[in-house]
Design a protein around this ligand. Sequence first.
Ligand SMILES: Cc1ncc(COP(=O)(O)O)c(C=O)c1O
Length: 429
Amino acid sequence: MSVTTPASRAAAPPSSPSVGALPQDFGALVRQDPEISGILLAEAGRQSSTLQLIAAENFTSPAVLAALGSPLANKYAEGYPGARHHGGCEQADAAERAAVRRAMSLFGAEHANVQPHSGSSAVLAAYAALLRPGDTVLAMGLPYGGHLTHGAPGNFSGRWFEFAGYGVDPDSGLIDYAQVRALARARRPKAIVCGSISYPRHPDYEQFRAIADEAGAYLIADAAHPMGLIAGGAAPSPVPYADVVCATTHKVLRGPRGGMILCGVELSERIDRAVFPFTQGGAQMHTVAAKAVAFGEAAAPAYAVYAHRVVANARVLAAALESEGLEITTGGTDTHIVVADPAPLGVDARTARERLVAAGMILDTCALPYGDARGIRLGTAAVTTQGMDEDDMTRIAGLFGAAVRAEGDPGRLRAEVRGLAEHNPPYPG
Ligand SMILES: Cc1ncc(COP(=O)(O)O)c(C=O)c1O
């Protein structure tokens, strides 16, 4: 596939924003479709001139983007390697076998399914493999950081299953395992889900396993967020404890947008059938190839260094935000996630996010584990990929505090954020 060349960069229309090196040859697109190429170039400009602090985002490598833009995007390959409904699947089979082999080796799993289109598709398939509609499931309650697939009323999970939600201790912000155990005893769930969109600490998988065994429940780890840290040895692995591990392949793992499932051999057939043909048709084979590339990258020693830096940066960011006067849930982080309550600065989370976005700091609001007010969720995966270090985190926290307090000249603040981002381009030329 095409790689960045000076010629491909020169193909950008003169009015394009400065985006540094583009990861792929946009020449054909620029020539053929100015409207869409203009949008993509503007997005590249947005990503390289602002700080991406959304905890679920990252910058995939040019190699991952090349696989995504490859001719495997044209291929239909319903089924599994060696058992497809379509002809001409030799290379698709090879790509999927490589992705499965690499995922199993990276995570020490007996079986991997790399076909789920997304994290939600992976969770859907796990439920389809293990549960019947109407079954009771215990998962982190949405107000405490549970995902939509953990029982939200508007999601298939809330519609088709009876969810009971566990929470966190109101003082420490940590998972209340006594409550999980009590709920498991009272509700006798068919499955217990551990995983969250905003919990900044490691779940105690051993304890979850013990509670699930006591209740006769399956344990499903929804490790969408920590999967990249697990790959890099910067977080404990649920693989030895959970019956099924669901994850996304983007976020810290830095692969293409998509999902994956790990399990033991005894559940492998049920999981595979739950993915295809139960919940999905043909897998996106270009994405499967890109997942293989990302798993290859995550197995390299440099990725372990990256994963540990992500956590070190998040710890420094959490401490520096606390010094700026924000309240940090659980008092810090063990992961890439920091959840901050801006209330002590006299600002609600939505106003804070607007001010931060205006200054070029892109992040989310999220539920706080106490009260009705929302907090700010940040992540360090993308800025760490850009090469930012602990000093940069302290600087980001200072810019964050100034933006939330609406201190100083907004133009100067935006210029400082832009300078920091552009000094660390996601795709250096
Ligand atoms: C814990 C958890 N589960 C599932 C998902 C769903 O992933 P997707 O958006 O790819 O469907 C997410 C995404 O943020 C998540 O954080």
